[in-house]
Design a binder for this molecule. Structure first.
Ligand code: ATP
Ligand code: MG
Length: 421
């Protein structure tokens, strides 16, 4: 077959490989988030990448984007309906119940990993993407909501992108105030029913709050004058006072925020606090981190009624905001001048690795080629060995940043390269 007849395979639409600088950015984001979350007492959990479909279908809301059109659901060979996880919170709450941890509270959970949604791929929107997130399960306390937001803000600061984002917060009220609000929304949107998108007309029947999250342009214009939940709350109402306490705690912690009464979030399980960290730099994909407070999720998984609060951030969106790519590791290159020195050079490289120094063995007896390669990959030093050096128990060490070269005894090599680091 002629070569051109074989199509070159590509990754599936909306997915990408993580290689080189992209992988370093990815690790920098997840490692930083994990380290900061650990300072707040969040321990990492890993839940399965697929779950029984009902874990998501039961909880995310049957009018949410995810459940109506984005889930990767399939039957396995045993006929089970499984779904690749579209988000992390439902799996964590399922795991809390499955592992009998509902009496061991609070649980502070960090997670990181791939999520899957069948979406139209575009900048900052993929079919396999990655999230880092936390869940703090147990207390229903406004200061705890603020603490989770503080952790998110701290992660953004540690990534050096806190100035690129704005924290917006809202309250979704409690059952009682939301029921009142729902009526007001139905009354308002019913007047515009003919102009609403088909999707929002369905939502008007099933879950009018969802309309507020519509991305349709005509819907957005109608939404602009819709009643606000905060207009249905007054001092003394539990949800009002809760929200007020969250705001006071944020102010006390010096975390800047604005109130945005339009935030509803894409998932149905939130009540009380909802928040988003948004940027102007990513167009329509401006939400980089988002979360809120939930009351019923653990019960939906078959556990007792235990509240929680958490957030998730899109790793790819955070990566796009990073100013400089994290540096590549700078190894030491070990070169040999002639074929007879190859095994000794290999052995020197092994010695450096055993001592904790990243070393690359250049396997051709070619100093010129080795030095070019070492410079190309950003090596910090070259250790050069030949018959003459080996006979005297020394190596030439060239600092690749300054170009300075010196002779170092082989038994002092580890110390000299460790110092130079
Ligand atoms: P959007 O409004 O952009 O669709 P969402 O409300 O669906 O976001 P969440 O379910 O709250 O998002 O997920 C939390 C975060 O995960 C988002 O703020 C975003 O950073 C990231 N995220 C969500 N969907 C995608 C995707 N398809 N590709 C990349 N990142 C995503
Ligand atoms: Mg979405």
């Amino acid at each position: 077959m002629p070569k051109s007849a074989v199509t070159r395979l590509q990754p599936p639409r909306g997915t990408h490989d993580l290689i080189g600088e992209q992988q370093r950015r990815h690790h920098f984001v997840t490692d930083t988030a994990r380290a900061i979350a650990a300072r707040y007492g969040f321990a990492e959990w890993a839940t399965p990448i697929f779950e029984n479909t009902e874990v998501f279908a039961r909880t995310l809301g049957d009018t949410s984007d995810i459940v109506t059109k984005e889930m990767y659901t399939f039957s396995d060979r045993g006929g089970e309906s499984l779904t690749l996880r579209p988000e992390g919170t439902a799996g964590v709450c399922r795991a809390l119940v499955s592992n009998g941890l509902t009496q061991t509270l609070p649980q502070r959970v960090f997670y990181a990993g791939p999520m899957f949604r069948y979406e139209r791929p575009q900048k900052g929107r993929f079919r396999q993407f990655h999230q880092i997130g936390v869940e703090l399960i147990g207390p229903s306390n406004p200061v705890v909501d603020a603490e989770v937001i503080a952790c998110g803000y701290h992660i953004l600061r540690a990534l050096g992108i806190a100035d690129e984002v704005r924290l917006e917060i809202n309250t979704l009220g409690d059952d009682e105030s939301r029921a009142r609000y729902r009526e007001a929304l139905v009354a308002y949107f019913s007047e515009f029913a003919a102009d609403l998108s088909a999707e929002s007309r369905v939502r008007l029947e099933k879950n009018p709050l969802r309309i507020l999250d519509s991305k349709d342009a005509t819907d957005r214009a109608i939404i602009a004058d819709a009643p606000r939940l905060t207009d249905h709350l007054k001092p003394g109402d539990h949800a009002y006072d809760f929200h007020d306490s969250v705001k006071r705690a944020l102010k006390r912690a010096g975390i800047p925020f604005v109130e945005n009464p339009r935030i509803v979030r894409g998932l149905d399980y939130y009540s009380y606090t909802a928040f988003e960290f948004v940027t102007e730099r990513l167009g329509a994909q401006g939400t980089v981190m988002a979360g809120g407070h939930y009351e019923t999720l653990v019960r939906e998984m078959g556990g007792p009624e235990i509240p929680g609060v958490g957030f998730a951030a899109g790793v790819e969106r955070l990566e796009m905001l990073l100013a400089a790519p994290p540096l590549a590791p700078a190894p030491v290159f070990v070169l040999h001048a002639d074929g007879k020195s190859a095994l000794d050079a290999f052995n020197v490289a092994q010695g450096l690795r055993e001592a904790g120094i990243a070393a690359e063995f250049y396997y051709y007896p070619d100093l010129g080629g080795g030095l070019r390669r070492a410079n190309k990959v950003g090596a910090r030093a070259a250790v050069i060995l030949g018959e003459d050096e080996l006979a005297r128990g020394v190596a030439q060490v060239k600092d690749l940043a300054s170009g300075a070269q010196s002779e170092v005894r082989l038994d002092a090599l580890v110390a000299s390269l460790a110092e130079a680091r």
